[in-house]
Design a protein around this ligand. Sequence first.
Ligand code: CMX
Length: 437
Amino acid sequence: MSKILKEKLSSQIPALREEAKSIIKNHGGKVIDSVVIDQLFGGMRGIKGLICDTSSVGLDTGLIIRGVPILELTEKLPEEIFYLLLTGELPDEKALKEFQDDLHKRDEVPAYVWDVLNAMPKDSHPMVMFSTAILAMEKESEFRKAYDEGISKDKMWEPMYDDCINIIARVPQIASFIYRKKFNKGDMIAPDKKLDWAANFAMMLGVKDEDGTFAKLMRLYMVLHSDHEGGNASAFTNLVVSSTLSDAYYAFSGALNSLAGPLHGLANQECLRFILKMREVIGHTPTDEEVRNYCQNLLDKGGLVSGYGHAVLRITDPRFTAFVNFGTNTIPGDEIFKMVKQLFEIVPNLLITQGKAKDPWPNVDAASGSMLYHYGVKEYEFYTVLFGVSRILGFSAQIILARAMGNALIRPKSVTTEWIKSRLQDRYIKIIKQKKT
Ligand code: CMX
């Protein structure tokens, strides 16, 4: 690494940040080429630049899969949801059985994947292991082979489909292998071809589940996390990578890396870690007053309350509601679950009073960990892998459709700060909103 370069950059950064802040403050509401300057500096938030038909997320509705609100789909199997995401219809019994049989037929994980995982450092994060395992399997890609043989564009979706279904069939084994290896749970457990996808996964994790409630939780978990339209960071990464005619292995590995950030999928791990830490610091199950003070202190220091806020939603995430409903029916007296509900009573008001977060309400990550914790998956570092396994359903549906539609290479335009400044002249500017003072 060049020290001079790093130091030079480091000395420039404060002025660059100041300049950006000043442009946003003085010109953030002005329009340049139909994009608001805030959006250029603000993660392209809200710019409509993609088509994704698998699902949509309304700010006041939450996740809607092919026209059906997620709260109406909580009793379905993840396999049914995948079918719905991809085709717009739920499968009948025969179609479901055929799809489940197909998944079982394709479930053999190449032995070298275990070698790769066994060779990784013991302290690798489970998401690193998961993303690496998927990428390591790239040589299995049917799409890559077909491309090398000169497949025509209109047929490309077929090997893409095969790759995706192969990956969906194999990820429960890969994820459970990671769980058992990383957390010293013993040898891997073989799949059972009689079980549905999520129950098989639950069984392979090795969690004690005499009455089948953990399997039910896994089904719900996979359904709730299956998709969230195309603009979120991991889905977008998936679409960007695959838009280069890259295959599903490359696309999912990249998308999982994006999911692994604390502002996105890692928030489920962070949320449970936060609850346990708060209990430890306070020394007992905290009172409302203690929770309020603890969270206020965190916010005062500029910290994030994981599991709260969203880039699109402006309501309590219906996926949070679904988890709370499940918890209320199955583990109403659980201490950690009760703390999740306690935070729900307290955090939104604190965020509203602070006045920064546009959405003060809980998202999907606020409740899921407490359920997993209760049923024995206490190693919260693993939680984002569960999110990833579920989301591979949506990733798959999205890139199969994108390939089928022959979607274009994703290539938006970046501009320089100099360019923005050069456009800050009256003849270019249209103000479309009042900036907040
Ligand atoms: N706690 C504290 N501050 C928060 C906050 C939270 N939960 N949510 C937003 N804010 C702050 C932001 O950090 C930002 O502060 P600055 O202006 O100082 O940078 C300000 O409020 C405005 O942010 P926003 O426009 O409301 O939110 P964004 O669209 O930029 O980001 C999200 C959305 C989810 C990243 C943000 O709400 C957050 O960081 N939440 C906590 C992490 C989390 O739960 N992520 C999971 C989201 C769901 C998922 O993808 O799995």
